[in-house]
Design a protein around this ligand. Sequence first.
Ligand code: NZQ
Ligand code: ZN
Length: 390
Amino acid sequence: MNNFTFQNATKIIFGKGTEHQVGEEVKKHAGKVLLHYGGGSIKKTGLYDRVVASLKNNGVEFVELGGVQPNPRVSLVREGIKICREENIPFILAVGGGSVIDSAKAISAGVYYEGDVWDFYIGKAEVEKCLPVGVVLTIPAAGSEASTGSVLTNEDGWYKKSVDTELFRPKFAIMNPELTYTLPPYQTACGAADIMAHIMERYFTNTPDVDFTDRLCEATLKTIIENIPIVLENPEDYAARAQIMWASTIAHNDLLGTGRVGDWASHQIEHELSAIYDVAHGAGLAVVFPAWMKYVYKHNVPRFVQFAVRVWNVEQDFHNPERTALKGIERTKEFFASIGLPVTLEQLGAEEERIEEMADKCTAGDTETVGEFVKLNKEDIIEIYKLARE
Ligand code: NZQ
Ligand code: ZN
């Protein structure tokens, strides 16, 4: 196990009715907020009214900026920065999923920066100071409610890039599993793929002696695998929704990555798909991850055997470990398909003709490698996209 520092300062307020506490929680930080949200689901579900009532009851003023799209755009972030500056807003409240939270994080950093906020995402500038961000989470998926990341799309060229900094960890995250009852089944499934990907990115590591975190990863994966079919059958199963919601935060708040080096190639390979085709990140991962696994499993067959046996209960073939490893990969793909996700590029709506372009963008013109478990160059990534056709 490697040395590590683990600090996660996000306060989690979890359970039924917790959104009513939002005003009280915000007030501890500020008397005025930017209320940031997405395309309108929070208005349809009535969450917007409850949040606004709680803010008003606690004397918190707010200015609104809705309209965050999935795969959040830098243009709206620029608008948010302008509003925060003009209105002297000291706090951002994100009510929604990963897209809203990531947009809020980007605004929070941009407010203090004189240049263009996209500079952070292309490594031209480093985030040094941020406004505090609070969250009311409506979808378990990205894990952004307690993560260091923010992922943004630039419409100019359709680039999707991420920034990671401890400064991005939200001050609090209010998580009521009941708020996820209204999720369309497809979004629930996309969330599942993303959560599982966050765990698997950490699981496939070259770091030795990490059995404790292996076990945590396996338990978290099993929690998703067992509970997703339950909520697809019965969207209002509180117990299952709650397991999924908490597991999704743990999947990406860095606990499972302690003492080990994660991979993250599949995320980068996926980001090229959601940048160009504007598909849900989780759907892209359901296509990319099994293909990545097929391409790299020979690098450490015993680790893939462990994954197959412990996560998918595959019977171990002691004479043929590769067969066991491949079964685990197959089961992963079958699971994604069984919950209604695309598992091939074609099902995702991606064209073969653009594979080279995506691989090129992913590796900055073949000048950088991607991933840690196996370092991949442009040619490798082309092969992975090709495997994702099947
Ligand atoms: O926009 P509205 O109308 O709110 O609808 C949203 C959106 O269409 C809908 N939705 C959310 N909660 C709902 C609901 N509909 C009904 N009832 C509810 N309770 O779901 C759709 C998807 O929302 P979005 O926020 O895009 O989902 P998600 O949380 O999956 O976020 C995806 C984004 O997060 C990034 C992804 O790349 C993608 O851009 N990621 C961020 C990470 C991070 N910051 O740490 C890590 C991840 O790996 C990921 O890359
Ligand atoms: Zn993800």
